[in-house]
Every structure is written in structure tokens, then in C-alpha cells.
Design a protein around this ligand. Sequence first.
Ligand code: NAD
Ligand code: UD1
Length: 331
Amino acid sequence: MKILLTGGAGYIGSHTAIELKKAGHEIVIGDNFSNSKPDVLEKINQIVGQKIEFHEIDFTNQNDTLKLFEECHFDAVIHFAGLKAVGESCTMPIEYYKNNIDSTLNIVEAMKKYDVNNLVFSSSATVYGIPKKLPLKEGMPTSCTNPYGWTKLMNEQILTDVTRANPKFSVVLLRYFNPIGAHESGLIGEDPNGIPNNLMPYITKVAKGVLPELNVFGNDYPTKDGTGVRDYIHVVDLAKGHVDAIEYAEKHRGVEIFNLGTGVGYSVLDIVNTFSRVNNIKVPYRIAERRDGDVAECYADAGKAREVLNWSATKTLDDMCKDSWNFAKNN
Ligand code: NAD
Ligand code: UD1
């Protein structure tokens, strides 16, 4: 298939580009570099041994989006492009709704006009809100606690309605849990600007000595060691899930939702201790107040993706911690 990757220069999109090429697909990346850098493209080219077609484009621009579809004749789209910082979405809700919703509307409009009928969308475990029961299954109730989360839930609704109205259309909504890790080459990985919000990029900055210590947000949760538990998944496993999802979309019509997680929860201290052990590097930390909006535990039931897509995560927490450091220490 010829597949457009919106936001393909970003963290998950760049790893997915490589897995799609390996699976024999033709890919085209569109990105506005609002949260990525052009040199990622060189790194992808280096890894796949070929120059990937790239278009600098903002998908909130309707004319540019239509023009791209007119020129390129895609068979499918994987829509990663979006703003993703939860805290920032609370202070900049207009920018978040505009960017994340307008881009989706422009993409589905262009898909309709140019008869492109297969879409995979990057959703998030955040749409489960505060979990009432674990593990989280796709059919469980959804709700959100911040504008970023609402953009994901609204996009899920938009795509469901668009699919209901068009019998040719096929959409796979992927709800990611907590992606960490990096490509084994160490060439691409997650490299956020400024002080990171998420755990693994914070740990790697502490390990590099850029930040003095990790703040562990709370040690009085009802978990095995009192710290928050999450379902961390290696970004390469996640990327492979997209290959299965887009191939599924091509063969089926309608909407399907899949959790992409390992189904296993690890605590903050599990991550710190594993990172220290496998990389032989100290990560100084202190126990701090709980972070507003955090839940004690969140992990997936990954059974549906295993049964329907024949996909499951294979990489271990050791792999995730090694690969995160292998990328971070050189970048
Ligand atoms: P990322 O920020 O690294 O990648 C997103 C890419 O989209 C960036 O390269 C950015 O420049 C681009 N972009 C944003 N708005 C654009 C626009 N209007 N036009 C063109 N390009 C645009 O993020 P990521 O971690 O790779 O996440 C990819 C997707 O997965 C996002 O939609 C994100 O919300 C979702 N997601 C991510 C996580 C996570 O933990 N990383 C978890 C759940 C869901
Ligand atoms: C975050 C996003 C969520 C997104 C998910 C997947 C927030 C509030 N939520 O979830 O929308 O779907 O990423 O990528 O940003 N922690 C510390 N110290 C730190 C950073 C984190 O102790 O400096 C702890 C947190 O309290 C949590 C765990 O580490 O228990 C993971 O945090 P984080 O990486 O930010 O991910 P989530 O909060 O699960």
C-alpha cells in the first residue's frame, strides 16, 4: 500500500515508518515539524537505506491537505499528527482543539474526495479517564480529564460517524498505553524540548546529569510499592502494531478499536531500578507530592489485538530501558 504518515517525523511515526518499509509498503511522510526536527528524516533514510518521500505540510491547512492527496494517490493514511502535552493542553485549549480536530477533519475530507478509504488513528489510553476496573478493555466507558484527552475522544467520535456514513470507509482506532524505548540503532527516539513531563525522558535527562534528580510523584498509592503503575510498551512493538492495523483496515470495513499495551503494569520504582541495573547508571530520586490528575494504576487488556490482529508486544522492560538510554546518551 502507499501510505501517508501524518506526523511521521515524530516519535511514534518515525519508528512506524521503518516497520512499514520493512513490511514492503510505500510511505510518504507529511509533517510541519511543530514537535520534531528535519534531521529525523535523514536518520529514517539511513535506517531503511532509501530516501523517503517527505512533504512539509500543516494538516490544519485545508487547501494544502487537498493538494497533497490530489498529487499522491494514497491507499491509506496513518494519522499521528497532533499536539500531545496534557499540561499544555490545559493552558492552550484553543490551540489543541484547533490543531487536533481541524487536521482530522481536513484529512477525512481529502480522503473522501480522493477515494482513500483506510485510516489508522493514534488514540490514547487517556480516553478511559479514571479507570474503575483493570485491566482496561476496549468496550469500557470513556471519559476525559483534560483538553488533550477530549481531542482524542472527539476524534474517535468524528471518525466513527464518518465511517458510519460511508460504507467504503475503514478506521482502526489504536489506544496506546505508555510508549518508551527507541530504535535499536540509537538513531531515532524520543527527544522532547525543555523539561520533560513524562517519566522516561525525565529519567534519561537525570542519567545524563542535565537534571539533578527525578521527582517520584507520590509513594502512597495503593500499589505494590506505593508509586504509580503504568503499562509501558516498547515503541518498536507499538510501531509493528500499526503495520497489522493498517493491513487489517484494508481488508475490513467499519470501525475497530484496539488497545496497544503489554498488559503488564510496572511502578515508577520498577522503571528507575531496571533502568539503573541494565545501564549500570545511577538515577538519583526523591519522593515528591502526587501529580494532579494522576491515577494509581493503568494497564491494558491487550487480548483483542492479540486475537484479531495477531499482534502482541515482545520486548521486555530491560529492552525498553536499554534502548531509551542507547538513544538518549548519544543525543
Ligand atoms: P510527536 O509529537 O513526537 O509526533 C507528532 C508529530 O506530528 C510531530 O512530528 C509534529 O511536528 C507533527 N504535527 C503536529 N501537528 C501537526 C500538524 N497540524 N500538521 C503536520 N504535522 C503536525 O508525538 P508522538 O509521541 O509520536 O505521538 C504521535 C501521536 O500519538 C499523537 O497524536 C499523540 O497524541 C498520540 N499518542 C502519543 C502517546 C505518547 O505517549 N507518545 C500516547 C498516546 C497517544
Ligand atoms: C501520560 C499522559 C497521558 C498519555 C500517556 C502516554 C499526563 C498527565 N498523561 O500519562 O495522557 O496517554 O502519557 O504517553 O501527562 N512520574 C513521576 N515523575 C515524573 C514523571 C512521571 O513519578 O517526573 C510518574 C507519574 O506519576 C506516573 C508515571 O510516572 O505514575 C508515568 O507518567 P508519564 O510518563 O507522565 O505518563 P502518564 O501520566 O501515564
